[in-house]
Ligand binder design. Structure first.
Ligand code: AMP
Length: 583
């Protein structure tokens, strides 16, 4: 499909924080981005200071920082001054409990205010913060707390009793468990969050952290075996802040909603740090996805910048255009997406329904922040991830030789690599030095993704290197096939894998789910096979299509192709701790 770029009006091109101007892109770099932050008086850098205290120091303490919406609709609002006091109290509590710089603080919480207070308070105390997704069962919680040598855990009484108490004694590093709701009388070895924070000072002197001090630990799931703990340092805030400004186009009056849970890196980098360092008001919705609730939230809270993920966008598409049109979304100024490839179809749909497109951007747990993006002023090429940000050197490379060889020719598939050294680059996998070292070659970080770059410098995602299919001499990226299937009006989502085949090496198999009102049938299945063959040609089109009611995905919304493949071939399913549902 030849997709036309979505052109931006001239006014947007000039007014956006990152104008569409190559001279400006050239001028901006990490040194300029560093100058946008205060740093600590007397030297040092601390994420908690930049996100919270700085705004109070600069006289913006009354500005609303967090507007929290509970599952039942209760609203709690925190100004930057409120947030400073609450996070100072948590930091003081850590100090009172005898914890010093470098303490490992974990949360096992839903999106409650205490989660945000713990994160920022820990950073101010010089600790390392590690959020765990609240729906993890006991085993994933234990594995992560063991690898991460947790010292403090903040959680609920129910999760503690069910997921931690049975093995607590086996993790000697764990000294304190703090419960955010009242503990039942038999849980005497815990502290009460509210009471403990009320008993300590609301004025804390931030621990002097250096840019290279550990700040965040994010677990990313390997395909098999143990999860990897990607370590990030305080300097990452330079990238969080800059990308919030340049990519999400955050401006002082914005109401920003990042729908990701802080259990995943997006929910921390962009659900906590980037909006707060940019001094905007951020929405936190405690509830899970619901199309009606989401549209109502966008309208009622007057959200102006919205950052979400392809899975959610596809679910909104599935729910139908009418639902979107029933709400006043006129305040929405900028919409962005991350986490998975955003099919051209979804970008075109959003431009039609919202009057503006979703802007896709690309990054990973390991990169800590957005690296490649469609920014507000750029013309959007639907289906493309956009261009590398100022300061980011990205290349398509050939890794088959002794040294990395950049591929200059446009639209040639290769490994997506980044020149090492950006501020939010991960600084290691906890206890796995060899695995970390293996990610780098000749000064380049190899992302594990395959991509192409076009003649205008836009990058196009092909697939995870592990997911790419080799069929009769062709290299097939699942994204291309999935996107073609999604162009069919009956298809809501698609996932494509390669199956071993004696003659072709591999053949393509596709799984699809259908839009609302569509019924699965043999006739439809055949129609889809025909549609794909017409669009892609016989060499690339799936040989098999299976219609399903759902696809297995991670809790962060990524379709788990490797699991579809393992199940199809009867292979070991690997680490399933991040699986959202038994699809
Ligand atoms: P994670 O570290 O779990 O956030 O996963 C990062 C991976 O998600 C990347 O390496 C890509 O494979 C995929 N990903 C993230 N954003 C995009 C995007 N905009 N387009 C395509 N794939 C993406």
């Amino acid at each position: 499909m030849e997709v036309k770029p979505i052109r931006k009006p001239d006014a947007t091109k000039v007014r956006a924080n990152l104008p569409d101007d190559s001279a400006e892109r050239h001028r901006l770099g990490w040194d300029v981005a560093r100058s946008w932050l205060d740093g600590l008086t007397g030297g040092g850098l601390n994420i908690g200071y930049e996100a919270v205290d700085r705004h109070v120091v600069h006289g913006h303490g009354n500005r609303e920082a967090i507007r929290w919406i509970g599952k039942n609709g209760t609203v709690r609002s925190f100004s930057y001054a409120n947030l400073k006091e609450a996070t100072d109290r948590f930091a003081s509590l850590l100090e009172k409990l005898g914890h010093t710089k470098g303490v490992h603080v974990f949360t096992l919480l839903g999106r409650t205010p205490e989660l945000y207070i713990t994160a920022l308070g820990t950073l101010k105390a010089g600790g390392m913060f590690c959020p765990l997704y609240s729906a993890f069962g006991p085993e994933p919680v234990r594995a992560r707390m063991e690898i991460g040598a947790a010292n403090v855990l903040v959680t609920t009484a129910a999760d503690y009793a069910k997921k931690v108490q049975p093995w607590r004694a086996e993790i000697p590093s764990l000294r304190h468990v703090i419960l955010v709701d009242l503990p039942p009388p038999d849980i005497s070895e815990t502290l009460d969050f509210a009471k403990a924070c009320a008993d300590v000072s609301g004025d804390f002197k931030i621990v002097r952290t250096k840019p290279d001090d550990m700040a965040l630990l994010h677990f990313t799931s390997g395909t098999t075996g143990k999860p990897k703990g990607a370590m990030h340092v305080h300097e990452a805030v330079v990238a969080h802040n800059a990308t919030g400004r340049l990519v999400l186009d955050l401006q002082p009056d914005d109401v920003f909603w990042c729908t990701a849970d802080p259990g995943w890196v997006t929910g921390t980098s962009y659900g906590i740090i980037a909006p707060l360092t940019n001094g905007v008001t951020m929405i936190v919705d405690e509830a899970e996805f619901d199309a009606e609730r989401w549209y109502a939230t966008l309208a009622r809270e007057k959200v102006s910048v919205w950052y979400t993920a392809p899975t959610a966008i596809r679910l909104l598409m599935k729910a139908g255009d009418d639902l979107a049109r029933r709400h006043d979304l006129s305040r929405l100024r900028f919409m962005a997406s991350v986490g998975e490839p955003l099919n051209a179809e979804a970008v075109i749909w959003s431009a039609r329904v919202f009057g503006k497109p979703f802007h896709d951007n690309w990054w990973q747990t390991e990169t800590g922040g957005i690296m490649i993006a469609n920014t507000a002023a750029m013309d959007v090429k639907p289906g493309s991830m956009g261009k590398p940000l100022p300061g980011v050197e990205a290349a398509i490379v050939d890794t088959s030789c002794d040294h990395i060889v950049p591929i200059e020719a446009p639209m040639k598939v290769g490994h997506l690599a980044l020149k090492a050294g950006w501020p939010s680059m991960f600084r290691g996998y906890l206890h796995e030095d060899a695995r970390y070292a293996a990610c780098f070659r000749d000064g380049w970080y190899l992302t594990g993704d395959l991509a192409m770059r076009d003649e205008d410098g836009y990058f196009w995602f092909v697939g995870r290197a592990d997911d790419v299919i080799k069929s009769a001499g062709h290299l097939i990226g699942p994204f291309e096939v999935e996107s073609a299937l999604m162009e069919h009006p009956a298809v809501a989502e698609a996932a494509v894998i390669g199956l071993p085949d004696e003659r072709a090496g591999e053949i393509v198999k596709a799984y699809v789910t259908l839009k609302q009102g569509q019924e699965p049938s043999e006739a439809l299945r055949k129609e889809l096979l025909g549609h794909a063959r017409k669009r892609l040609g016989a060499a690339i089109a799936p040989r098999q299509i299976e219609i399903r009611t759902d696809l297995p995905r991670t809790r962060s919304g990524k379709i788990m192709r490797r699991l579809l493949k393992a199940r199809e071939l009867g292979l070991p399913e690997g680490d399933l701790s991040t699986l959202e549902q038994a699809a």
